[in-house]
Design a binder for this molecule. Structure first.
Ligand code: NAD
Length: 377
């Protein structure tokens, strides 16, 4: 197997998501970490990159230097991960796609729907991969749920309920904490706080499991901590293209909830429940039967769930491995091999359209609005 060359922008020393990408990309030997512009501070970024084994001439001080350096490099990177703060994603992703690189962008892919449409068009025209790191969709048991829905094991789907609600920004006196403040500041976060930060993960997961896309929504946004401009709590009712009823609750003030990502799917003949804090089990209730627990690693799982189970039954399987699963399929795509599901630029665009629709709806007392990007109507 030929190793692919991989580079990262952002994800510097002390960043939250950087380590997960480094572990994820390199876990299976698919990618060699050969280039990076890892930090907003050029010197910090260069020295940290070299401490991770990147050669000095490919430890770049900023992403523009990396673009120039890699464009002409005889052994240029096959994939660039963009793990910088949200407002920079569009500019960096666009530049690397235009230069013919494959990109894995962190969520939210862009700050506006128009930017999202430009990325989708660009990736299509360039014939390059633009993936978005909706990594929770790569948990084996989420793949099992998707396969069970597709196989008709729940009958026709009536309703999906998705939550991404935690209590980590509940403290009012934490409002000036720099890691918290930007998330509720329109100048830095854009039109939405928690919906754009975490709600889109849960919404993507609902679409992913159902094999169905968001059509319309009605949102109620609240900023419950005094002084916050953007929402820290949102309830979103939605309908899918196939007419399934959807409910999404996303919050940062839900004390008592920790990570708080969970999803339930209710069909005519069965229901499923999964939570990221117990990622190895699905609760399955067949109509007229008892609740069964389906365990990761057990015999008889659907193909993608079995393929992506990395550790024996009843052993914990971590979040970085969900990220690693994204890289497994990226590597296969780049090599032109058969690959599994990969969240793409279309998903990034749909999320941004959902955020804008939710903002619009919330401003108009929960009016039902079309939540599809214009290019997909
Ligand atoms: P962070 O603030 O902890 O780290 C950001 C890093 O990017 C820092 O090292 C910073 O120096 C660097 N950086 C900033 N501007 C840069 C630039 N112009 N060029 C190069 N490097 C730059 O942020 P984080 O929590 O790691 O989040 C980064 C991104 O990852 C965000 O978009 C966030 O939404 C996303 N994220 C996704 C998940 C997920 O589950 N998929 C989880 C956490 C964060």
């Amino acid at each position: 197997m030929t190793r692919l060359n991989w580079g990262m922008i952002g994800g510097g020393d002390g960043s939250q998501i950087g380590p997960a990408h480094r572990m994820g990309a390199q876990a299976d030997g698919n990618f060699s970490f050969v280039a990076g512009a890892l930090d907003a501070d050029a010197d910090r970024g260069k020295s940290y990159a070299q401490s991770l084994g990147i050669a000095p001439d490919r430890a770049y001080g900023n992403w523009r230097d990396m673009l120039e350096g890699e464009r002409e490099h005889p052994d240029r990177v096959d994939l660039v991960t963009v793990a910088t703060p949200n407002s920079t994603h569009f500019e960096i992703t666009r530049a690397f796609l235009e230069a013919g690189f494959n990109v894995l962008c962190e969520k939210p892919m862009t700050m506006t729907v128009e930017e999202g449409e430009e990325i989708v068009r660009l990736a299509r025209e360039a014939g390059r991969i633009c993936a978005v790191n909706y990594c929770y969709s790569a948990y084996p048991m989420v793949r099992q749920m998707k396969a069970m829905v597709a196989a008709g094991e729940l009958g026709a789907i009536r309703c999906v309920v998705a939550n991404f609600s935690h209590g980590h920004h509940a403290a009012g006196d934490d409002a000036d904490n720099p890691r918290v403040r930007w998330r509720y500041d329109p100048a830095q976060a854009g039109v939405s706080g928690q919906m754009a930060d975490c709600g889109i993960h849960a919404l993507h997961m609902a679409s992913f499991i159902l094999g169905d896309e968001l059509r319309s929504l009605s949102a109620d946004f609240a900023s419950t901590v005094p002084g916050r401009v953007l929402e820290d709590d949102a309830m979103v009712n939605f309908r899918t293209e196939k007419g399934t009823v959807g409910r999404l609750w996303t919050s940062t003030i839900a004390l008592g909830r920790q990570h708080g990502l969970d999803i339930q799917v209710f069909g005519e003949t069965g229901g499923l429940r999964w939570a990221s804090e117990q990622p190895n089990q699905i609760h399955y209730h067949r109509l007229g039967g008892r609740v069964e627990i389906i365990e990761k690693g057990e015999a008889g799982l659907h193909g993608d769930a079995a393929r992506l189970s990395r550790v024996p039954i009843a052993h914990p399987e971590g979040f970085p491995l969900a990220v690693a699963n994204i890289y497994v399929d990226l590597a296969a795509r780049i090599r032109g091999e058969v690959a599994g599901a990969l969240p793409g630029a279309e998903d990034g665009l749909r999320s941004m359209a959902a955020v804008y629709a939710a903002v619009d709806s919330a401003r108009r007392d929960g009016a039902w609005v079309d939540a599809r990007p214009p290019m997909f109507r």
